[in-house]
Design a protein around this ligand. Sequence first.
Ligand code: SF4
Length: 299
Amino acid sequence: MLGSKTENTTAKTDLSKFKPKFKKELVHKDININTSSKTIEKDIEKKNSKRQHVKIEYEASASKMNKVMPGDWETVLENLREMRKNFNAPVDSMGCDKCQDENAVPEVMRYQTLLALMLSSQTKDEITHGAMTRLRKHGCTVENVLNTSDEELGKLIIPVGFWKSKVKCIKKTSEILKNHYNCDIPRTVEELCKLPGVGPKMAHLCMKTAWGEITGIGVDTHVHRISNRLGWAHSRTPEDTRKILEGWLPFEFWSEVNHLLVGFGQQICQPLKPQCSICLNHNICPYGIKHKNGSKKRH
Ligand code: SF4
């Protein structure tokens, strides 16, 4: 069963029993990553006094969503589990939950989880895993990353997508973690989203992998695309898809749906040429039904 294996994987990296040693008020993600720490703190105080936090936005958005469940969704889910039962997609062996040094102390493992997620944006799992392997060999701790020059850090993570901006975000995030979290990572979605380069998708996946807490559905391009093909969502952005899915999908399935759909998107329901003919859902998937006669108009 996919569900049970996913839970096992999560349990392997479940660090929820470890509490951060130190917590302090966080900074906001809109900060200028080139500013000094003191300037950042002042900037944050100003912004925090004026802005709504992500949590408020997130809860309000999800609660307003249509909770009508798509037809056959349970059958579709069972078929997805069946098609993913071999766990042989790139995400299964090289996903962000496979990038940590399992012999490291819990806070270092959590930091490595966060970094893997930051690197994974717009980047294939194989590339992210390779970069994290080099980073771990170099010494992937907050202190060590801060003591590494931008140039050297860049060389370690190339060829991840947008590596230059990721170097800056990693450096600034590491500085915040050192100054405000005693080199650990935040334990809430709201606080994680305030870190430079961290958005809701990363935050929810980080909460699951690093802290063992399910706080939302991590929606990347695979989950967004497949959800729309299946009719599970009709949306323009991954963030809208997340809100829609969280509106109707029972909470008990939130944990597995990202991993399930990402691997499915890597192997069968690819962006340009989905293999609908071998998909168990081709008779109940709106996209599969529409294109079963070989229509060229695909997206
Ligand atoms: S039928 Fe085609 S589009 Fe629908 S889920 Fe299967 S592979 Fe994807």
